[in-house]
Design a protein around this ligand. Structure first.
Ligand code: F0G
Length: 463
């Protein structure tokens, strides 16, 4: 039998000033059950704190800027730097951090030329400690898990959550149990969980099956779930928006575009935008749009076929395995966010994702396939006139290029779509491929190859 949760390592979350609010019936409670659902209506909970609204926005902006010059670990974290708008741990010593956040906002000159959008940026969350945006949420959730005295933290994952959770658990002295779909997660992500010491179970099901089992598990054992329905995760992920707006001088972009899987990230960003507006940190809301893979388009269908009123789940299939999800847990939160910000929801095909990923790679920054849906989606939103070329657009890149090397290798070797329904169409992607060349180890062979490359692409320039 596992030891049960105790509060001996610190005060329980219920002693803090924050409360849990149901996003369905609006009821507010001081503590949350293990499934983070409202006991009245069954909808998901989110964290609210009455002190957030009483802050002075100008003072906050300068405090947060000043912290960038400080050296305490809590200030070096790009998440806890914004702690005035996060749930407060019992003490700063409780914080489990790997110096997450502080990720760059890049200009995308080549993608700007391709799309005709001069003010196009990428917020690269793949440059977090474990290589994905999950770290921003995990530092907060792991902190509260440790504070509440949990010994085991658990998650179901398509790979990035498990890598991140395992790292933060290791850092916080907790054990971690990971449930991942067998065969449908990248080796990079799986190997991270192993190295960080997680008990890793590859289940013969998909992500949705893993998540279902996890919900049962938390009802039977005193383990703490760190999936994105855990509202502490979303609090940490809010800081992406705080940091982005700080980088833009608190001038909101017109559009923020994110990939959609289990829909925690879009929910967190939307919550952050609304809180920033209510507090007066920004004067207007950017439109937050969500892009899904065509083969894992539950939110797209939920909006188109059911007006956002009930979830239309799908059997997911996409090579962007991070978002291979058919039954997204936070769909209701995401629908609310789209409605509140006036954002759009679109889907993109597998070849469109592959092309966008190659284009982002050609910018010298790269990302994993799930992140590339943002650029592919932007092209669609431009065609539809939803995004105008003179608007400011931020793409959120959620994971590092190194997260899925198999995908990248198969793409460049020309194998990615072999034997699939996209094989013919994908021929148009040939100009984006840079397969490795195997040569004899002679000077002559290398020079010839160099000359050929110059001949075949003489217009390629650095300007
Ligand atoms: N991009 C990447 C790289 C992801 O890993 C995920 C989700 C998403 C986008 C979608 O974000 O779920 O908040 O809508 N990955 C989860 C995981 C499901 O288990 O790693 P979301």
């Amino acid at each position: 039998m596992l030891p049960s949760a105790t509060s001996e390592k610190g005060s329980a979350p219920s002693q803090a000033t924050f409360r849990f609010r149901c996003i369905g019936c609006d009821s507010v409670t001081g503590s949350a059950a293990q499934d983070f659902r409202c006991s009245d209506c069954g909808n998901l909970l989110e964290i609210t704190d009455s002190s957030w609204n009483s802050r002075n926005p100008t003072a906050l902006k300068s405090l947060w800027r000043e912290r960038r010059t400080l050296n305490e670990s809590i200030d070096l974290s790009g998440v806890w730097r914004f702690r005035e708008l996060l749930p407060a741990p019992a003490s700063e010593q409780q914080v489990v951090t790997l110096r997450e956040g502080n990720t760059p906002l890049y200009e995308l000159p080549q993608s700007s030329r391709i799309t005709g959008v001069p003010r196009l940026y990428a917020k690269h969350q793949g440059l977090n400690p474990t290589g994905s945006f999950k770290d921003a949420g995990m530092t907060v959730a792991a902190t509260f898990a440790r504070q509440a005295g949990y010994r085991w933290v658990v998650c179901a994952s398509t790979g990035n959550t498990s890598a991140s959770m395992a790292a933060y658990a290791a850092r916080g002295g907790m054990r971690s149990l990971v449930l991942v779909p067998d065969g449908k997660i990248s080796w990079s992500k799986l190997s991270q969980a192993l190295d960080y010491g997680a008990l890793t179970c590859q289940l013969r099901t998909d992500f949705d099956g893993c998540l279902r089992l996890l919900q049962e598990l938390v009802r039977h054992t005193p383990v703490y779930q760190l999936n994105s329905i855990n509202p502490f995760r979303l609090e940490g992920q809010k800081t992406l928006a705080f940091e982005l707006l700080e980088q833009l001088g608190w001038e909101p972009p017109d559009h923020i575009i994110v990939p959609g899987g289990n829909l925690g990230n879009s929910s967190a960003l939307g919550k952050a935008l609304l809180e920033m507006r209510d507090l007066g940190l920004i004067q207007r809301l950017p439109k937050l749009s969500v892009i899904q893979a065509e083969g894992a388009n539950a939110l797209v269908r939920t909006l188109r076929e059911a007006g956002g009123k009930r979830l239309v789940n799908v059997r997911p299939e996409t090579r962007a395995t991070a978002i291979r999800i058919g039954n997204p847990a936070s769909w209701e939160k995401a629908v609310k966010v789209l409605q509140a910000t006036g954002g759009a929801c679109e889907q993109v095909s597998e070849p469109e994702i592959a092309q966008a990923k190659a284009e982002i790679g050609a910018e010298g920054i790269g990302c994993e396939p799930a992140s590339a849906v943002t650029l592919a989606g932007l092209k669609k939103l431009l065609q539809q006139g939803f995004v105008k070329p003179d608007e400011t657009v931020v793409l959120v890149l959620t994971g590092s290029l190194l997260k899925d090397p198999d995908y990248t290798m198969e793409f460049h070797r020309g194998d990615l779509f072999k034997g699939t329904m996209h094989e013919q169409e994908s021929a148009r992607l040939n100009p984006f491929r840079h397969p490795p060349v195997v040569l004899d180890a002679t000077l002559d062979a290398v020079i010839k190859t160099l000359e050929q490359a110059e001949k075949s692409n003489p217009t390629h320039s650095n300007e």
